[in-house]
Design a protein around this ligand. Sequence first.
Ligand code: FPP
Length: 264
Amino acid sequence: MLNKLIRKSEKSISIPLGKRKENAQQEQLPGHIAIIMDGNGRWAKKRALPRIAGHHEGMKTVKKITRFANEVGIKVLTLYAFSTENWKRPKMEVEFLMRLPEEFLGTYLPELIEQNVQVQMMGNIESLPEHTKRAVQKAIDQTATNDGLILNFALNYGSRDEIVQAVSKIARDVQEGNVALEEISEALLSNHLMTKNLSEPDLLIRTSGEVRLSNFMLWQLAYTEFWFTDTLWPDFDESCLMDAIENYQKRNRRYGGLKEGEGN
Ligand code: FPP
């Protein structure tokens, strides 16, 4: 009962978002945040709307969260927009999802450029429809020299597939005598992944109450802090992102070791 009351009173003292942002900026921020954006379908179902309406609303959240993450000072934001398994969805839904990057970038690219955001993409670009490829490539080209937030879309991305491709490339290099067996290391494998130019995620967020990784960045998430929330992606807002960041800042990251003084 007491706990309930305390929790209630804590909730009612709401700190303005701007102040929360300032406070967070005084401490170590997660450099790279990766998000599994889940719950678009359920958001739509709750409103008796078609699933694609949820994806469309989810696209608006992408805009909101990108802008805010950039303002906070996050360096990399990786968003799981389409997995290698998502092709199993109904054709109409897949087609809609493949149109979303185009719509998003068609509408927001000038704003992303103005905000100094650099767009990147990881995943198998070759098997995307031409129109999706064109829209993404244009955004990558036009933002290539920006040095603010890196907005990295995982599109037609699957982590196992990524690892298989990396291993296969290394095996070929060994076979051709370009790499010695002894040179195979964690760093070498990391350098063959689609994230080779990025830091590993510090914080992973998954929305909608599902608690699994769904073939997302399996290698890169080895020491990442996880944050799961019941909020559905279209309802996820700036304050939800602050909740995750604030919680991250209270974590004690040890990377398998001990903090100074803990060994005594
Ligand atoms: C999972 O929700 C979401 C997806 C498979 C697609 C995510 C895409 C977006 C949020 C929009 C992307 C925007 C851009 C700019 C590329 P779900 O459909 O599995 O939801 P459910 O579990 O409630 O059914």
